[in-house]
Write a protein that binds this ligand. Sequence first.
Ligand SMILES: [Zn+2]
Length: 171
Amino acid sequence: MDEKIKVSGGTGLSSKDISSGKIFMTEDSLDCAYAWDTGVAINRYLSELKKARIIGTKCRKCKRVMLPPRLFCELCFIPSNEWVYLQDSGVVNTFSICYVHWDASRIGEGEKPHLPAVIEIDGASQGMGIMHLLGEVEPKHIKTGMKVQAVWKPESEREGSITDIKYFKPL
Ligand SMILES: [Zn+2]
């Protein structure tokens, strides 16, 4: 694409201007190593995922079961340190049929679309859902309200991550 980009009041550049070295350009990669402390609630949540279990916390005042778990209820503003095991099944709250990758690049020709969805997990309060992927389902058969079940990675491959669940499949 060698067409000059029109810039009002400035000088347009072409890709040739860049490739020929007419303008100064440098490439670099930053060393952005970092550590992230998951905190008490998410640490337990991830540890339980490694054992193929989903855990939430319950507020003793409003009785909401929250997922992902948190150590305080943001409505009652009190500690919510009662742990509750939930089912590894749920209901599709919303979904998308996605023809782009996470970096917004288009998926390849013939590649199946990604199927991100918000799943309301059984045992958690209404509206408490997690974002995940659907699988073993044709996009045209997905419906909100559809019952789904987690498909876990084998124990040897689980590492304490939300991706320890491969996807949710229809029940
Ligand atoms: Zn509460």
